[in-house]
Design a protein around this ligand. Structure first.
Ligand code: IVH
Length: 394
């Protein structure tokens, strides 16, 4: 089957013309759809299933059969769409309503204090009053940035970050990620437009299992969770995406229209709201009263870096007040209200077995160290390119 977003929408319109099912069956399909999504959420987001896999499969089969019998019952938020059977011809591109910025980095407490100082200087106290002191902090997830778009509470699109201005449309692939709600949880009313930004990651244990499976099938293992996640998301064969254990963790907003409901005023409120809507959020986020607490938080995350379920490459500190975020705005490449505390790359010791010389496409020779395999940040390393003379001597 080949489909694109445009076709998916027209088949939904078409469903209004299709024969209509009896009220009983319509009711049953709605119930099954909501119930399956509830169990998806319990299992994948809360990690607290209430029913067995067999019971889930039975409900799923029942809905699939009802939808087969009555095409009018197929909806864009049906859990049956999570089983990606489709094949895309290519990835379309689309402009972000709001640019997706990267983050500037700080590597020490001194850098961090400079950042806070720059933030203070950029703040217009006469116009805006005193700068609010609190920061929301969470771990910096080493994955891929993604934007998921909800219209009236229903998932309607997903874009990769791309170059920040324009991303690739990956809606069908993203539907297979069980931690992305197909409909926002709760009673509503929901914002008429809500763009949620976050990171697609693979948990370390899922990555290890995937690589074992790759090897058992005689396939090349993935270099790290980030690469495996990136490849899975940009797949044209959606059934391959579905077979990869991806998770989406939400930490920010793009464009949002709050007219229908109470707006969020702070980052910490926003994180609660996102959880209420059914999203997974980064673990161990914390509201810090001032810059010193941020330093302590970053040190804590760094110390516990190995204990996280996913790869972490730093901590992110964000001005907590959303109006202040808006007023501080962006430089040409990054926000003035947020910064990434980056950790040094993971290190491990091992034995050098030998040195290979690798010949590049252009004839360039690169020495490659062959190592006793060693685990570094959840990944086995057995070869390392020796880029410069210092490294070779070391
Ligand atoms: S907040 C305005 N929080 O890191 C940007 N970003 O290197 C606000 N990232 O593009 C972003 N973990 O994709 C934020 N907890 C976190 C994050 C996070 C990872 C990514 C994000 C960003 C990149 C910058």
């Amino acid at each position: 089957m080949t489909f694109r977003n445009k076709i998916a929408i027209s088949s939904e319109q078409h469903s209004l013309l299709a024969p209509q099912p009896p009220a009983e069956e319509r009711k049953r399909a709605h119930w099954l759809s909501a119930e399956l999504e509830r169990h998806n959420y319990l299992y994948h987001t809360l990690d607290a299933p209430e029913i067995s896999d067999e019971q889930y499969d039975a409900l799923f089969r029942e809905l699939t059969e009802l939808e087969k019998r009555w095409p009018a019952l197929r909806s864009p938020h049906s859990p049956t769409l999570r089983v990606g059977g489709g094949l895309l011809e290519g990835l379309n591109k689309k402009e972000h309503r709001r640019r997706m910025y990267g983050l500037d980095n700080v590597f020490s407490n001194e850098d961090w204090r400079d950042f806070v100082e720059r933030m203070r200087r950029a703040w217009d106290a006469e116009l805006n009053g005193p700068l609010p002191p609190a920061f929301w902090c969470d771990p910096k997830l080493d994955g891929l940035a993604l934007e998921v778009i909800y219209v009236d509470g229903v998932l309607s699109g997903a874009l990769t970050r791309g170059d920040g201005e324009t991303g690739e449309v990956v809606t069908e692939a993203v539907r297979t990620i069980r931690t992305v709600p197909l409909r926002l949880r709760g009673e509503g009313p929901f914002p008429s437009l809500l763009e949620v930004r976050g990171e697609v990651v693979m948990f370390k244990k899922d990555f290890a299992a995937l690589n074992e499976q790759q090897q058992a099938l005689g396939r090349k293992p993935f270099a790290n969770p980030r690469n495996a996640a990136a490849g899975a998301l940009r797949q044209l064969d959606i059934s391959i995406t579905e077979s990869r254990p991806l998770r989406f963790l939400a930490y920010n907003l793009g464009e949002v229209d709050w007219a229908a409901t109470a707006p969020c005023l702070s980052q910490h409120e926003l994180m609660e709201r996102l959880k209420g809507y059914g999203f997974l959020t980064p673990p161990d986020g914390r509201l810090c009263a001032g810059p010193e607490e941020v330093e302590a938080y970053a040190a804590w995350v760094r110390e516990h870096r190995q204990d996280f379920l996913m790869e972490i490459d730093g901590a992110v500190a964000k001005q907590d007040n959303l109006e202040a975020q808006e007023a501080l705005g962006f430089t040409a490449r990054a926000p003035r209200f947020a910064v990434a505390f980056k950790f040094p790359a993971m290190q491990a010791e091992t034995l050098l077995t030998s040195i290979d010389i690798q010949v590049g496409r252009t004839g360039v020779l690169t020495p490659v160290a062959v190592l006793e395999p060693v685990a570094v940040g959840g990944v086995m390393v057995s070869r390392a390119t020796l880029h410069n003379e210092d490294e070779i001597r070391a």
